[in-house]
Design a binder for this molecule. Structure first.
Ligand code: URA
Ligand code: SF4
Length: 238
């Protein structure tokens, strides 16, 4: 178990630093189920069809959507992936090249880090976790989606949240936080607190792609992971 944890933290480029700063939480994690190699067990996005008519019609609407300019260059729209009854909903920004190609969110480099972040708090893609994006189509050159594009796509995310009814939403990065909270958000100021999206508790943290470029902030992301795990425990009644 502890070897797994060391491996995960090593992959995140942060093992010793994280353990030094938060010994209590690290010790706690030693007793939690840590799952390595989460990417091996990816559920198929076709699972959305299992959920019945609502998911089917949502998936069809997203697949055929032309509500914003991002429809032009996409290979395919990427609705989301995971457990449609999940307590945890993670929301990123928008598909990148690999996601556009494969039709699943967070399958590139940032996705690998996200999987490792999930594993560090005993979570795993598809198992009580659903992963979606603020926009469902890839912005060209991986630019940040603009306000109009996010507004055009927002109803799909709203519908996903209404269907999943997660206990906790985690906004990964500023665009996701801003579209969900409908306000200006600075991650540094907003992290570590519990916000709400239509009555559902919501926390914000750094986007994994940002963390890949800004190693020092990984320590803060670790704090955020511990925070969100505490929040979930409280939501589940301790
Ligand atoms: N970054 C995101 O925000 N979402 C993805 O699906 C992949 C990378
Ligand atoms: Fe439609 Fe959203 Fe794709 Fe724009 S990004 S075309 S709103 S699915």
């Amino acid at each position: 178990m502890s070897a797994d944890r060391d491996l995960i933290l090593h992959e995140m480029g942060l093992g010793p630093l994280w353990r030094l700063r938060v010994p209590q939480d690290a010790a706690e994690l030693a007793s939690s189920p840590i799952v390595a190699g989460a990417a091996d067990a990816l559920p198929s996005t076709t699972r959305v069809a299992d959920a019945g008519a609502d998911w089917e019609s949502l998936a069809a609407s997203v697949r055929d959507c032309r509500k914003c300019g991002l429809c032009v260059a996409r290979k395919q729209a990427v609705l989301g992936v995971g457990d449609i009854k999940a307590d945890w909903l993670f929301v990123g920004e928008g598909p990148g090249a690999e996601e556009d190609q494969r039709g699943e969110p967070f399958v590139g480099q940032a996705g690998k880090l996200l999987d490792n972040m999930l594993a560090a708090i005993g979570l795993r893609r598809g198992n009580d976790v659903y992963i979606a994006n603020a926009v469902k189509c890839r912005p060209p050159e991986n630019r940040t989606p603009d306000a109009e594009e996010m507004a055009a796509c927002r109803s799909f995310l709203e519908r996903q949240i209404a269907l999943i009814r997660p206990k906790l939403i985690v906004a990964l990065g500023r665009p996701a936080a801003q579209t969900l909270l409908e306000s200006e958000v600075k991650i540094a100021a907003a992290r570590g607190r519990v916000h709400a999206y239509q009555g559902i508790p919501l926390v914000v943290t750094y986007h994994p792609a940002y963390l890949l470029r800004n190693l020092p902030d990984k320590a803060k992301a670790w704090e955020d992971l511990c925070h969100m795990r505490r929040v979930m425990r409280e939501l589940k009644g301790g």
